[in-house]
Design a binder for this molecule. Sequence first.
Ligand SMILES: [Zn+2]
Length: 111
Amino acid sequence: MVRARKNDDEEPPNVDKHEECMNDLDLGDLYPNCLCGRRARLCTSWTNANPGRRFWGCSNFRGDLNCGYFRWHDPPICERSKQIIPGLLRRIEGVKDMILKATIKMLVLQQ
Ligand SMILES: [Zn+2]
């Protein structure tokens, strides 16, 4: 069986950090089948090397039945985006952290 391979110089996409699967998109017959014979899942990578780049993966990618299917959906990310997007994501996480801390402080003061 031939498995779909990603380029060797690419790091594996991190879907745990910011999973954003897009199976709700109406792509008609554009869904490829993974090696399991199921409809592949379209997900978004949030690694520093491929921020926001979508890829197709096995619909069982979190389970033991993951067949290892992988194929990029989007073209490579430009160097400028690789520099900018991870910084923006870190800023978002910082703002979320500030909101959480402020909310906790407010709840403590209300008691
Ligand atoms: Zn599969």
